[in-house]
Design a protein around this ligand. Sequence first.
Ligand SMILES: Cc1ncc(COP(=O)(O)O)c(C=O)c1O
Length: 470
Amino acid sequence: MHPEDDDPGAGLATAGRLARLYLDTLPGRAPARAPARFAPVPLPEEGVGAAEALDALWARHGHGFSGNPGPRYWAFISGGVTPAALAGDWLTAALDQNVQNFEDGPALNLEREALDLLRQLFALPEDFQGCCVTGGTMANFMGLAVGVQVLGRRRGIDVGRDGIAAMPDLRILSGEAHASIGKAAAMAGIGRGRIESLPRLPGREAVDPAALRARLAELGGRPVIVVGNAGTVTTGDFDDLGALGAIAREAGAWFHVDGAFGLFARIVDTHRHLTDGLELADSIASDAHKFLNVPQDSGFVFTRHPGAQAEIFKSISNYLPAPDGEPAVVQHLGPELSRRLRGLPIWATLHAYGRSGYAEMVARCIGLARSIGARIDGLPGFRLLAPVRYNVVCFELIDESGPVGEAETRAFLDRLTADGRLFIGPSIFLGRPCVRFAILNWRTGEADLDIAIEALNACRQAPPPAVTAE
Ligand SMILES: Cc1ncc(COP(=O)(O)O)c(C=O)c1O
């Protein structure tokens, strides 16, 4: 079949039916399952059209899709998908607007509105300008890249033109920086080796501000990017952004904040204080596919140095015009040229549920995390390792002689994943193997906590799986 003979309505109807089927079965699907192995698919000579192709795809893979956006996928930092964000994402694909510039339609205006809605949601000062990207990693990358350009400019260096080699003494200082900071530093040509890990406060993942001050003094005016962490993955801890921001500013350093999921603490009255001082940031990275519950892949970054940003990200040619004043268009603002209208699902979900809908959802997730943290701490064989400050719970497994080792922790997690009721993961805290999870899905409720506790208990008591010879 050729595309012109294919009825788009039939394909959409099939997609709708299959999506519905998936969503209806989502609560019962195991949050994670080992992928099946298949023989390769031969490329068909004659195609079958959209509807049949989707049915064939579903027959082969449909039963295997895990409950990734479901209520008990708590590993990593993983959000769900709101109904409005899902519908908005579908519409985005149908419209297929290229958002890179203004010349051919209103897409960029819509995306700017979405970014400004986010700015309002987080009560950020008006000079913060947003840009949509694929996720937290790219948002961190952009923060570092713009930071390098600004630090270079202050020293008469144009990194966008001359490259990072022109700033051999650049350093990145952080505490519990997310792995994506290393990735971003490598991608930006800064190098992972230039990241320095600062001492933390006792028993915490938050940086000791005095250690930052001391290290900046030692570096004596060299170019430095300070990365503040609003929400660490293992314990959900927050750096004192006010203190770090003030120290960084005083030293002339760039202050980037990774708020991939922690930024959302700002919208809940009881937890807003965790991000106090965020206004001092030069750049802020966050994710829409985490607490905003927008489908992957969607993140955003706020920066307040648009000129330097365009110096890094501009793309000019005989057929692409140079930046002509502010605000810059996407082709000069972010890492991509052509890209989808990522702002649309964000716009849709923020209008569908508003500030209060999101505040209630984030507050509920925080409350659920706190509640299950307390319950886990009371279970035999488990001990909470850190207070539940936000939406992350971190605990260790114990027996009569104290904490169990890494192998037993791993075996417990393997049993739990195979059990199929809950998906959570391992980490290390204060040098000890631990288990951690985060709750940030609009679907998660009290009933899920009961299911999770039952699963945790059952898998803690079960003996390690027997090893059978093939
Ligand atoms: C604190 C933090 N920063 C950055 C990232 C990277 O985000 P993404 O996976 O969207 O690239 C994550 C992902 O979990 C995160 O938790």
